[in-house]
Each structure stands twice: as C-alpha cells, then as structure tokens.
Ligand binder design. Structure first.
Ligand SMILES: NC(=O)c1ccc[n+]([C@@H]2O[C@H](COP(=O)([O-])OP(=O)(O)OC[C@H]3O[C@@H](n4cnc5c(N)ncnc54)[C@H](OP(=O)(O)O)[C@@H]3O)[C@@H](O)[C@H]2O)c1
Length: 285
C-alpha cells in the first residue's frame, strides 16, 4: 500500500457520470490543485450536473462524446449496469488513460465495449470504498497489460484524491480487494452494531453503548495508524495475562471468529466474480 501521491495537474480530465463517487474524486482533485476548468463532467441528471457546477466550478459537457474529446484522462463513474450504454462507441483521444471505478467491470469488458479505433491508451481498473466520500478511502488498482508508468501515476493521483491506493498484481485479485476493503465498511458497521447490542445486554443505555463502541473502534484505528505497529502486536500489547481482554479474545477465538470472517470474505469474493461474469456476458456482442 502506498500513501496518496503528490498532486499533479492534468490538461483535461473527463468524468463519465457525476454521481457520489465522482463528486468526491472531483472535490479531492480540486483540493489537490487541479483547476476546476480542466475538469469536464458528463452527467444526464440536469439537477445533479448543475449542483456539481455550482459546487466545484467544473465544466458540464453536453454528452459523453463531448466530455472525452481531447481528454488525457477519462474516469468512468457510472453504475456498473450503466457502463455499456455510457461507453459503447465512445472515441477516446489516442493516448487517453481510462480509469474505471465501476465495481466488477473487467478490463476485457471495457475493451469489448470501446472497440479498437485509434485509441491505444491504458485501462486502469479500480475499486474504491465508501470512506472515499470523506477522503478516507482506500482504492485497489490494477493496470491493463502494457500500461505506462505515466498512466499508473495518473490513476494514483486521481484515486489518491480520495484516500490511499493499493496496486494488485492480477485482475482476479480485484475480487479480493472488493471482499476486503470494498465491502469492508459494512463489516465494521455490523461489528459496531453487535458490540453496542452486547453493551446494552450488559446494562448500558443504547446511546452510551453506541458511543462507547464506535469511539473505541475509531480510537483503535487511529492508534494503529499513528503508532505504525502491526495490529497483531498491538493486540498482544493490550491483552494483559489473566485480564478482561484476554477473556473476551479467548471466547472469540474459541467461537471461530477468524473462520467466520474468512468464510464471509470467500462469499464476497465469489459474488464479485459472479457479478463480473454477469457484466461481461451482458457486454459481449
Ligand atoms: N459509492 C461508493 O461507495 C462506491 C464504492 C466503490 C465503487 N463504486 C463505484 O463507483 C461507481 C459510481 O458509484 P456512485 O455511488 O457514484 O453512483 P451514482 O451516484 O449513481 O453515480 C452514477 C452517475 O452516473 C450517471 N449516469 C448514468 N448513465 C450515464 C451515462 N450513460 N453517461 C453518463 N453518466 C451516466 C447517473 O445518472 P442517473 O442517476 O441519472 O442514472 C449518476 O449520476 C459505481 O460503478 C460503483 O460500483 C462506488
């Protein structure tokens, strides 16, 4: 995993789809120094487009073709099911880098949809997660074969605007990224919910239990990040022999906590692969 890279300005960057995730990337890019006038957005929802223009000062393109015309970087940010209609027949600038943030949409699927033409740029497939909306995300990335270091650096800058980035060596690992960090925020929410419920069962008020559970996780995450110590060592350091933490951890291990989580991630990984298959089948001619 690498921290967000230093900001760099691009000549023209186009967003196909101006929804939630696009807005957080645009906000991050502008905060990092990318001039708003170099960002073109194609967004069919007129109200949403107007809101983006008012909030960031970006240029709203008439359609997807106008947005990508001459752009160095094209960020594909529609819902996965909207990708086919958004990119089919689109003519990218010959060396443009296509960055897809669309869950489950494979590089081969994008190549099929975009066709050959004179475009020879790289495709960078990425998987951000929801905390990106607060600049605290982590994004898994995988580059198409032959992608230049320039294209990879462009993707790091765009996704780095919303948090940290993590390159994976094979595209199949994007399903593992989805299982860990893509779906991960929901695991945290469930864990917090369960811990608060357990606190209530021990007599705490719902408000107190929720506050204690949530701030404990936030604080522990900050501690892990701030100390830079690996989490297994931190766990050992906070577990006194014969104490309350040891009693709880032994109970969790005995009940198969790691196995339960492992099985859940296998299910998410499998579902990610299935969704990729479905999107690929829908895009095939
Ligand atoms: N949100 C997350 O936390 C998250 C996390 C990881 C990955 N992602 C990925 O990020 C992508 C975007 O998610 P999101 O939450 O930002 O979705 P979103 O808010 O629904 O944004 C998608 C936008 O694309 C627009 N659109 C639809 N068809 C289009 C077309 N043909 N051309 C141009 N724009 C079009 C949609 O307009 P309409 O509303 O009018 O259809 C909508 O405004 C998804 O593929 C998702 O898998 C999101």
């Amino acid at each position: 995993m690498t921290p967000a890279p230093a900001p760099a300005a691009f000549d023209q960057i186009a967003f196909i789809g101006g929804g939630n995730m696009a807005a957080s990337l645009i906000g991050g890019l502008i905060a990092a120094g990318q001039p708003a006038t170099t960002i073109r957005v194609s967004e069919p929802d007129g109200e949403r487009a107007a809101a983006l223009k008012a909030r960031f000062g970006v240029v709203i393109a008439a359609d997807n073709a106008a947005a990508v015309h001459g752009a160095d970087i094209v960020v594909l940010a529609t819902k996965p099911q909207q990708v086919a209609s958004a990119v089919q027949g689109l003519r990218l600038a010959p060396a443009a880098t296509l960055i897809s943030i669309c869950a489950g949409v494979r590089i081969a699927t994008l190549h099929t949809l975009l066709g050959q033409g004179d475009w020879h740029g790289a495709i960078i497939r990425t998987m951000p997660n929801t905390p990106a909306l607060f600049g605290a995300g982590i994004t898994g990335l995988h580059a198409s074969a032959g992608a230049t270091s320039r294209a990879k650096a462009q993707a790091e800058t765009v996704l780095g605007a919303a948090g940290k980035v993590c390159w994976v060596a094979s595209e199949a690992l994007m399903d593992a990224v989805t299982a860990v960090s893509g779906s991960g925020p929901a695991y945290f929410f469930l864990l917090t919910e369960a811990m608060a419920e357990a606190g209530i069962a021990l007599g705490l008020t719902p408000d107190d239990a929720q506050a204690l559970a949530l701030q404990t996780f936030i604080g522990a995450a900050k501690m892990a990040e701030g100390t830079g110590t690996d989490v297994a060592t931190l766990r050992a350091q906070v577990t006194s022999k014969g104490g309350t933490t040891q009693a709880a951890l032994e109970s969790l291990e005995a009940d198969g906590f790691r196995r339960i989580l492992g099985t859940a991630l296998v299910a998410a990984n499998r579902r990610g692969r299935e969704l990729g298959d479905e999107l690929a089948a829908a895009a095939s001619p």
